[in-house]
Ligand binder design. Structure first.
Ligand SMILES: O=C(O)c1ccccc1NCC(=O)[C@H](O)[C@H](O)COP(=O)(O)O
Length: 255
């Protein structure tokens, strides 16, 4: 499936037009996750659909969801901009960026340098670089290019092998451990525990995917995660605030 997504992206990029630069205020994802609002930071994701679950919540207004995430003290927002498989859109990020004052991560399959420039122009504060897609060498190349453009990177790994080949080349400031096997879509938060001990202490690390309960949250916290990236369970919640409160085992005053 990952290969199919990447091939589709390659074809789509043949039609890529770079938007005008959006002069926006930038916020550091790294700084936000270094001093999160809760002991384990939260990157809350705006995700209408996905290859593994189909349509999750197509009725939402992305900007409204992002504003409610911010109000519920999320530390950052992740925005899917892939249209074909996630029903995302780069316009969602442009509009969300105008409406929140916390870092915005562009969640897409970056396979070409042009997409880094594009991410800057639509206002992203950070981009996702997937080692399973790019390999360690190109991940480093794109990481440096992004930094030149003033963008931060969340560098995502799933396996111990990906993590070790990455660290042989360079040490990113922010590492994401994806609990989802992008080949099979199987998810397990235990994957965070498997990789956690191999992440250098100077890195911040984020546990991504398959976090659906306070039990999952407690587990990744016990593994030492500095933060989590959560999409589906928040997109399916009655409200973003209730979804976030439930993840953190917080009591909400219901009206
Ligand atoms: O979510 C998918 O089905 C998926 C399939 C193939 C590649 C990537 C995919 N998801 C992107 C993500 O990394 C997740 O959206 C993110 O980690 C949040 O995961 P979740 O909380 O399980 O929605």
């Amino acid at each position: 499936m990952l290969n199919k997504i990447v091939e589709t992206k390659r074809q789509e990029l043949q039609q890529l037009t770079l938007p005008e630069e959006n002069n926006v205020e930038r916020f550091s994802l790294y700084k936000a996750l270094r001093s999160p609002n809760r002991p384990v930071g939260l990157i809350a994701e705006v995700k209408k659909a996905s290859p593994s679950k189909g349509v999750i919540n197509d009725a939402i207004d992305p900007v409204e969801i992002a504003r409610e995430y911010e109000e519920a003290r999320a530390d950052a927002i992740s925005v899917l901009t892939d249209e074909t498989y996630f029903k995302g859109n780069r316009q969602f990020l442009i509009d969300i960026k105008k409406s929140v004052r916390i870092p915005v991560l562009r969640k897409d399959f970056i396979i070409d340098e042009k997409q880094i420039e594009e991410s800057k122009r639509i206002g992203a504060d950070a981009i996702l670089l997937i080692v399973a897609v790019l390999g360690a060498e190109k991940t480093e190349e794109f990481y440096n290019k992004a930094e030149e453009l003033g963008l931060e990177c969340l560098v995502e790994v799933h396996s111990e092998q990906e993590l070790s080949t990455l660290l042989e080349r360079f040490t990113p400031r922010l590492i994401g451990v994806n609990n989802r096997d992008l080949a099979t879509f199987q998810t397990s938060v235990e994957n965070t525990g498997k990789l956690a001990k191999k992440i250098p202490p100077q890195c911040l690390f984020i546990s991504e995917s398959g976090i659906h309960s306070s039990r999952d949250m407690e587990k990744v916290k016990s593994f030492g995660a500095n933060g989590v990236l959560v999409g589906e369970s928040l997109m399916r919640a009655e409200t973003p605030a209730k979804g976030i409160a439930s993840l953190y085992g917080e009591v909400t005053v219901g009206y």
